[in-house]
Design a protein around this ligand. Structure first.
Ligand code: ADP
Ligand code: ADP
Length: 220
């Protein structure tokens, strides 16, 4: 699904990603771990098409990416919800941006809210929700676009342990129900073991991969 060949990303003279190669198979999940500043976010944003590489190639489904793809979903640590919009409107946002019609929006948003147990919260504003609830809304919003690729940057790291575990379980369930490929950036080893078929360990400060582990404990 994702093929990264000889990827280089520089910020001015600083080398953030140094000649990196990585493949992620279709319908698999890949966890990227490594110390702060090793280039995890940079790599994820490049795969998202938000950040243009200095050189090298990123292909998704055999095609070189240009800009952000319609069917790539992204979930960030800080939820990215619009504070002046209700849960319902926040979840509908991705579909509205994609110019879906009213009927489709109503149907899909209603379904997703039900699936993620958010129906009772639909008229609330983000500020009225807990961190775990907010991230559930962010996940719901991303799922409405039916992504075939879900990219996540430290999605649960600002949550308490209980919310984190329940969202990890939820994510695993959604992954199994929906055919998608996932890449999750985390600095939490347990999370990587739980949510990654493949664990990519990045080296401190070098923008390189130190080791790739095929993880037999996925979902355990
Ligand atoms: P991680 O997600 O692993 O913490 P990042 O990808 O955010 O790492 O950053 C990798 C390195 O690139 C860090 O040393 C960071 O300071 C540097 N960096 C990130 N963004 C920029 C930028 N816009 N300009 C200059 N350096 C940056
Ligand atoms: P906009 O003003 O952005 O065009 P609306 O706020 O009128 O969109 O909402 C679009 C659709 O979503 C309408 O069909 C509306 O019934 C539905 N909708 C909006 N908010 C909610 C909500 N809290 N609960 C259920 N349906 C909602």
């Amino acid at each position: 699904m994702i093929e990264i060949e000889d990827l280089n990303i520089r910020y001015g003279n600083f080398i953030a990603i140094d000649n990196l190669n990585l493949n992620v198979e279709k319908y698999s999940s890949c966890a990227i771990i490594g110390p702060s500043g090793c280039g995890k976010t940079t790599l994820l944003y490049a795969v998202a098409g938000i950040l243009k590489p200095s050189s090298g190639l990123i292909k998704i489904n055999g095609e070189k990416i240009k800009g952000n793809r319609k069917s790539t979903g992204i979930i960030l640590q800080n939820y990215g919800l619009l504070p002046w919009k209700t849960v319902w409107d926040n979840v509908a946002l991705g579909l509205k941006i994609r110019k879906a019609n009213r009927e489709t929006i109503n149907k899909k948003v209603t379904n997703i809210l039900k699936k993620l147990d958010l129906e009772d919260l639909k008229d609330k504003y983000p500020v009225q929700l807990s961190g775990g609830q907010r991230q559930r809304v962010a996940i719901a919003r991303t799922l409405t676009i039916e992504p075939d690729l879900l990219l996540m940057d430290e999605p649960f790291s600002s949550l308490d342990a209980i919310s984190r575990e329940s969202l990890q379980d939820l994510l695993l369930r959604l992954y199994k129900e929906n055919k998608m490929t996932m890449v999750i950036v985390t600095h939490n080893i347990e999370e990587a073991v739980f949510l990654g078929h493949k664990i990519v360990i990045m080296a401190k400060r070098e923008g390189k991969i130190k080791k790739v582990i095929e993880n037999p404990y996925f979902g355990d």
